[in-house]
Design a protein around this ligand. Structure first.
Ligand SMILES: Cc1ncc(COP(=O)(O)O)c(C=O)c1O
Length: 365
């Protein structure tokens, strides 16, 4: 019998490592490893989710019509140019499936979100990581790598895990410098948190050009990571490609219902932005005061660099924190072995983080 043959590239994929869900010890687990919101889910979304419970024998609306209409109203976008995904992860993969293959290159930055190389390799394309400058996307370095084979350029803005961002002007420069045959994917998973006026989620670039899409998610500020819901806004031909290749019922009914209700709860989102605006700077300030190096973040997480010494380093800090029930994200897989990433938590969680880091830094760990 002939042995099964795996497609080239698949076994080169380093599987995605999700944030750890449980700590080693500690009465209370403080999970800060996946950039989830600490504020839970809007009660409107939970009610909508529950209402669907009596309809579970029905297939969901395969076009996610009401959800796309709600997104269109909320963001003032043409609902026909929106496609929803089972998390934005699915959309990232579907884009690679639609636009890249063997012999093609897929571009991103050296500490970009881990799904980009996975999506590239899964379709047999070659992932190309352009160097960053001070953990920020370097537009010139990206453009230097873009060539005749480059089919997709993924840019998370702001980026996870670095928290850095590309201002609107530089984003425009990136788009203008990429070849027309290259699709620019602006992954704006954290856009709702951003209050800077030099930031753009990329919508105007999508509107102005044929080769730009923007992806978004309900997993972060909307507190719906468990139901897996993302969406993409793009030019009609790209939407057409994705609608041909996605699963016919890729968004389950509870996700559609919860997503629509979550969009309506603007007070919930405003509170989440205010919470983040208060606590991220506080965490960064307290960590800096402990002598740790902070890489500036505009999202709902903080990137902290530890000294490259075994007893004072990131691995030792991680072990210490896990032992107290606090779960940050290790970033060895992202090529950042000296760093840990902490999602912004509730007030007492943030105090617990600083208290335990203080104990660790002062040798009490
Ligand atoms: C930059 C970025 N893009 C996409 C995702 C995936 O989000 P989703 O839960 O919608 O698949 C994440 C999740 O961590 C992310 O950080």
């Amino acid at each position: 019998m002939a042995a099964l043959k795996v497609r080239p590239g698949i076994l080169d994929i380093a599987p995605y490592v999700p944030g750890r869900a449980t700590a080693d010890d500690g009465a209370r687990q403080i999970k800060l490893s996946s950039n989830e919101t600490p504020l839970g889910t809007s009660s409107l979304a939970i009610e909508a989710y529950r209402r669907v419970a009596t309809e579970l024998h029905r297939y969901p609306d395969g076009s996610a019509f009401d959800l796309r209409a709600a997104l269109g109203r909320h963001h003032r976008l043409d609902a026909d140019r929106i496609v929803c995904g089972n998390g934005s992860d699915e959309l990232i993969s579907l884009l690679a499936q639609g636009y890249a293959g063997a012999g093609d290159e897929v571009l991103f930055t050296s500490h970009a979100f881990a799904m980009y190389p996975i999506a590239a390799r899964a379709v047999g394309a070659t992932p190309i990581a352009a160097p960053e400058t001070d953990l920020c996307a370097d537009i010139d370095a990206l453009l230097e790598q873009a060539g005749p084979e480059t089919r997709i350029c993924y840019l998370a803005n702001p980026n996870n895990p670095t928290g850095s961002y590309v201002p609107a002007e530089a984003l425009r420069r990136l788009r203008a410098g990429l070849p027309d045959h290259c699709l620019l994917v602006i992954d704006a998973a954290y856009a709702e948190y951003i209050t800077r006026n030099d930031y753009s989620d990329g919508v105007e670039l999508v509107d102005a050009h044929d080769n730009v899409v923007m992806t978004r998610t309900f997993s972060k500020i909307y507190g719906l990571a468990a139901v897996r819901l993302g969406w993409l806004y793009g030019p009609a031909p790209v939407i057409d490609v994705l609608n041909r290749t996605r699963g016919p019922f890729n968004i389950n009914a509870p996700a559609q219902a919860a997503g629509i209700a979550a969009l309506e709860d603007t007070a919930f989102i405003a509170a989440a932005v205010a919470h983040n605006d208060r606590w991220r700077p506080w965490l960064e300030q307290e960590m800096t005061a402990l002598g740790l190096k902070i890489h500036p973040s505009i999202a709902n997480f903080v990137l902290v660099e530890f000294p490259p010494e075994p007893r004072r380093g990131a691995e030792a800090a991680y072990r210490h924190l896990l032992g107290t029930g606090i779960i940050p994200r290790q970033l060895v897989n992202y090529g950042l072995p000296d760093c840990l990433r902490f999602s912004v938590g509730l007030e007492d969680e943030n105090h617990a983080v600083i208290g335990q880091l203080r104990a660790f830094v002062s040798g009490g760990g």
